[in-house]
Design a protein around this ligand. Structure first.
Ligand code: ZN
Ligand code: ZN
Length: 354
């Protein structure tokens, strides 16, 4: 099914048009990524508006929409109202999660149609990926794996977290990243107990854990992975915590398949950590969905009631964080299948001493 047909299927009741303002919904509907623009979807026709910076590529790449250029004489509101009149639209569903209050007010004042919040329906389709989306995500993850293989050879005592972050970002781009899916997390030693710590001036030393959590954008799709490595050596306690996190992740992955709620997957991993006596030190959820955005719904966490479906994509990232000491997180990305899942992160997971 083409994505535009999914959008058209929303037009049978509450709304007779969709106003697509976010880059995500426009990319999804047109199956072509344009940084800026606005699109309108109706059963009578679909139009896509963008400015002179993007018009040439929009005209070449966009399918299913009539492309029109905005300029000073033809601003968005004028072109949208033309479409509203031509297609007889009375109620437009819009993406309330992606408009500022000021933007919403401007649309509300200028458009000759009623606006109703419709984000959950418009962007809800994105949870289950099409085969072409899965291909982009596998490629994004491959780039991330290749960068990891390279960056581990560059870790050495004496460099700072910021030095390592710079090396990591260089390796990501050198291996084909189009962008970063989020600011990487690079923490070392006692800072590894901060699940989302920020790289700083701390100098990496022998006996440290180093945690790197990073991902790229590839054709607008995100990857995400975390590896924790030891520098020089690891103490018995470090090894025990690492093994527990790895066992927890493998238990979560073993429980991952379509037809189960996210909380069941989280629970399988959480149980392993609790049984090892570290239950109090795993505060965050086991996994989040991802796609065009790094954090999407649904989540695999203790309140994840939603039944997961085939071709959803989520992270598998348990962790143990011992305040003042160290922390460990291991993260892969998996694609949900009918009887299991495909782990699309291929970097090694046994404790690496660099
Ligand atoms: Zn991550
Ligand atoms: Zn993640």
């Amino acid at each position: 099914m083409r994505n535009i047909d999914k959008y058209l299927s929303l037009l049978d009741g509450e709304v007779d048009g969709l106003l697509l303002t976010s880059r995500y919904s426009r990319y999804y509907g047109a199956e072509f990524d344009i940084a800026e623009g606005v699109a309108i979807v109706t059963k009578a026709g679909c139009r896509y508006f963008t400015d002179s910076r993007y018009i040439e590529s929009a005209e070449k790449g966009i399918r299913g929409f009539t492309v029109k250029m905005v300029d000073r004489e033809n601003p968005y509101r004028k072109l949208l109202n033309e479409a509203i009149a031509d297609f007889g639209v009375t109620v437009l569903g819009f993406e309330e999660d992606y408009l500022t209050v000021a933007e919403f007010r401007r649309y509300e004042e200028s458009l000759n149609a009623k606006l109703v919040p419709f984000n959950e329906k418009i962007n809800g389709f994105r949870a289950v990926k099409e085969p072409w989306e899965l291909e982009q995500m596998r490629k994004a993850q491959d780039i991330t794996d290749a960068a990891f293989a390279e960056v581990v050879t560059r870790i050495h005592p004496g460099m700072t977290e910021l030095d390592l972050q710079a090396e990591l970002i260089y390796c990501l781009y050198k291996n084909g990243a189009h962008g970063l899916s989020f600011d990487p997390i690079v923490v070392s030693g006692p800072n590894t107990s901060l699940p989302h710590g920020v790289a700083g001036d701390r100098v990496i030393r022998e006996g440290d854990f180093v945690t790197m959590d990073f991902g790229v954008l590839y054709r607008g799709y995100c990857s995400d992975m975390t590896r924790t490595v030891a520098v020089g050596y690891a103490t018995e306690e470090m090894k025990k915590v690492y093994d527990t996190v790895l066992k927890a992740q493998l238990a979560g992955i073993a429980a991952t398949r379509a037809g189960v709620p996210g909380k069941e997957i989280d629970g399988a991993a959480r149980q392993v950590i609790a049984d090892a006596g570290y239950g109090a030190y795993f505060g965050h959820g086991y996994g989040h969905s991802l796609g065009m955005e790094i954090h999407e719904m649904p989540g695999c966490n203790p309140s994840g009631e939603r039944i997961m479906a085939e071709n959803m994509v989520a992270s598998a990232e348990p962790g143990i964080y011992l305040p003042g000491k160290f922390g460990v997180r291991i993260e892969d990305v998996v694609i949900f299948g009918a009887d299991g899942c495909e782990d699309i992160t291929h970097s090694p997971k046994n404790l690496m001493i660099v």
